[in-house]
Design a protein around this ligand. Structure first.
Ligand code: NAP
Length: 305
């Protein structure tokens, strides 16, 4: 059993790393748990253009590494482990990973959300063989190829635009005839010669034996299905919160997002939530960072009490 921490932060995305920066600078002993790499979803993003202070943009991996470096500079301990369970006994939280237990006086939940799957036939089997959820990770494998992108939000358009660096043709498949994405991304995508839109359509199945060869598309307006040849399927249809391991620990909404009051306090005293895990969060890096700051200051006030 390790010594007791003032704050344990779960999740190393923009919210968690900012919270860690603030708690560490407040001289609160802080461990931040992250199961993958620092940055969370941002680490998988090609370029961040809307974080103030970087007029030329900054790559996702670069801002992630810098945020981690800054938190560590002031004393944050990083623990690259997955949390299995968490419980409160008296005033103390006990957090268990596969190999050990940790104790803390307060907890900041910042574990974000994970990409959603289509849940269609052959999707699982062909993941890594033409099906991908990360353009920056896999885009380069599709040089000179034709691919599809599924979704109509900011992620689908931003990543679709990135993929035009490699693919000769990017078909964006959207289930409606109106995009959810921000106007600036819509404008850019519509102007890109390699991008075409296929409206009112969903992917019903992915085809291919050892690798992706095509998809079965259904037009939701006409009901017509067609076989569409493609070398790659990039799926960007939103996210689900990473809250399975804290079910029953704090209150959540019907979709599994953690509910908080305006001070980011959850239903359990001493537990705060920040970033995309939180119901009502706007899901932007700058907002996640702001919420990380708020949660850290509220945790500090709670501990001072
Ligand atoms: P999103 O905004 O929730 O959009 C998901 C898209 O996928 C929607 O167009 C949705 O269609 C479609 N969709 C959902 N389930 C589907 C299904 N089962 N089959 C087919 N299509 C499906 O998700 P996101 O694009 O990942 O963005 C998440 C958040 O991050 C947003 O708040 C976004 O603004 C933010 N973000 C911002 C930036 C940026 O600022 N540059 C970049 C990336 C993400 P409908 O439209 O019909 O619902």
């Amino acid at each position: 059993m390790s010594e007791q921490q003032d704050v344990i932060i779960i999740g190393g995305g923009g919210a968690g790393l900012t919270a860690a920066l603030y708690t560490s600078r407040a001289k609160l002993s802080t461990i931040l748990f992250e199961k993958l790499a620092p940055g969370g979803q941002i680490a998988l993003t090609d370029v961040v253009e809307n974080y103030p202070g970087f007029p030329e943009g900054i790559t996702g991996p670069e801002i992630s590494m810098k945020m981690e470096e800054q938190a560590k500079k002031y004393g944050t301990q990083m623990a690259y482990e997955e949390i299995k369970s968490i419980q409160k006994t008296g005033e103390i939280f006990e957090i268990k990973t596969a190999s050990r237990s940790y104790r803390a006086r307060s907890v900041i939940l910042a574990c974000g959300a994970s990409f959603r799957m289509l849940n269609v036939p052959r999707e699982k089997e062909l993941t890594g063989k033409g099906v991908s959820y990360c353009a920056t990770c896999d885009g380069a494998f599709f040089k000179g190829r034709e691919i599809i992108v599924v979704g109509g939000g900011d992620s689908a358009l931003q990543e679709g635009l990135f993929l035009t660096r490699f693919a000769t043709k990017v078909s964006i498949i959207h289930r409606r005839d109106k995009l959810r994405a921000s106007p600036i991304l819509q404008e850019r995508a519509k102007a890109a010669p390699q991008i075409q839109f296929i409206w009112d359509s969903v992917v019903e199945a992915i085809q291919g034996d050892k690798k992706v060869e095509g998809v079965k598309l259904k037009n939701l307006k006409t009901g017509e299905t067609t076989d569409f040849k493609t070398d790659g399927v990039f799926i960007f249809i939103g996210h689900d919160p990473n809250t399975a391991f804290i079910k029953g620990f704090v209150q959540m909404d019907d979709h599994g997002y953690v509910t908080t009051d305006p001070q980011l306090r959850t239903s359990l005293p001493g537990v705060f939530a920040a970033g995309e895990i939180r119901a009502g969060a706007v899901k932007q890096l700058v907002a996640a960072a702001g919420e990380g700051c708020e949660a850290a200051l509220q945790a500090q006030a709670y501990l001072d009490h």
